[in-house]
Design a protein around this ligand. Structure first.
Ligand code: GDP
Ligand code: MG
Length: 321
């Protein structure tokens, strides 16, 4: 991504489809998301056009183990939001299948009930090759949805990897989805996800043991976070508990408010880390070896060596890129 040029000059060259994006038109939205996802030159124009127009949409993250029913529940929740006259964007993040896109296809199929509805726009994101790329793309796609006038942006992620935790963290309201009898899977969810939950859901409440799982989850959450987090039971398949879930999310949303600043802060951290990481990867092994030899020979300690590397990286960064 290039350093933005002077913004007064930029506004003169904005193509006509950008106002259409801000007006929420679907074709422009699709084009903007594709640009942002692929980090093309057009993405720069999009990101400039949406600046200053963020903070309308409430971002709701659904996270949890694969198979818990997140996609099905998101689809049911989106249906409930539509009944409430909200227009919705959905970002489905699936880093587990960067090549085949198999699970992404599954998500698309589950959400096809909204395919003909102009009030719903669904986008699946595949994993980027590099660390941090996924959460960066997700944050930008959320921004595009936000600026295009979506009332709610729903983000579905699997709560296992670092990128997914970062994505969950940029949501305004976080819903952690579990299935009955998955006590051990709750443990398997990346530590930290349970702690950041605003709402805990036991989905598939049409199956046995949902009640017991809800009690276990409530106990586990109280023990870990020390605060009372609502635990709801839903059946995404049958639709039960979904209006109550929407109510709970709305109540938390009224309390927490949309927070585009947290998203932007994350993006900043992400970009800085990405640049430093790349500069470090570009540093010749021989230069690191000089320092490593110094440490081994006792000429300098490893802390000092690490600061020397940081100085080197910072001075090696291009002044603008
Ligand atoms: N019995 C039951 N099955 C469900 C429910 N919600 C989802 N499923 C099923 O669970 C499987 C995984 O659902 P999916 O939404 O893809 O889970 P995800 O991996 O968390 O997104 C699918 O076969 C769904 O039909 C539910 O409320 N009850
Ligand atoms: Mg899914």
């Amino acid at each position: 991504m290039q350093k933005p040029a002077d913004s007064a000059a930029d506004s003169a060259i904005l193509p006509d489809w950008l106002p259409a994006l801000l007006a929420g038109e679907r074709a422009a939205l699709a084009r903007a998301i594709t640009a942002v996802e692929n980090e093309t030159d057009e993405a720069r124009l999009v990101l400039q056009a949406i600046r200053g127009r963020l903070g309308n949409a409430l971002v709701v993250g659904f996270t949890g183990a694969p198979g818990a029913g997140k996609s099905t529940l998101v689809s049911a929740y989106v249906g409930e939001l539509r009944r409430r006259q909200q227009n919705v964007g959905v970002v489905a993040v699936d880093p587990s299948s960067p090549l085949t896109g198999g699970a992404i296809l599954g998500d698309r199929i589950r959400m096809t009930q909204h395919a003909a509805d102009p009030g719903v726009f669904i986008r699946s994101l595949a994993s980027r090759g590099h660390l941090g790329g996924l959460s960066r793309t997700a944050a930008r796609v959320i921004d595009v949805f936000d600026a295009s006038g979506r009332d709610v942006v729903v983000v579905e992620t699997v709560g296992t990897g670092q990128s997914e935790v970062e994505i969950a963290e940029i949501a305004d309201v976080r819903v952690v989805v579990n299935a009955p009898g998955l006590g051990d899977d709750v443990q398997a969810i990346k530590a930290g996800i349970l702690e950041i939950a605003d709402v805990l859901v036991v989905n598939k409440s049409d199956l046995p043991f949902a009640e017991r799982s809800a009690r276990q989850l409530a106990a586990m959450s109280a023990q870990r976070s020390g605060t009372a987090v609502p635990v709801l039971q839903t059946s995404a398949l049958q639709g039960s508990g979904v209006p109550e879930l929407a109510d709970a999310i709305a109540a938390i949303g009224r309390r927490k408010r949309p927070d585009p600043r947290a998203r932007t802060r994350r993006l900043l951290q992400n970009l800085v880390l990405d640049r430093l990481r790349r500069a470090l990867a570009d540093l010749p092994a021989s230069e690191l070896d000089v320092l490593a030899d110094g440490v081994l020979a006792g000429r300098l300690d490893i802390e000092t060596a690490s600061w020397q590397i940081i100085d080197k990286l910072v001075s090696s960064l291009p002044k603008q890129k």
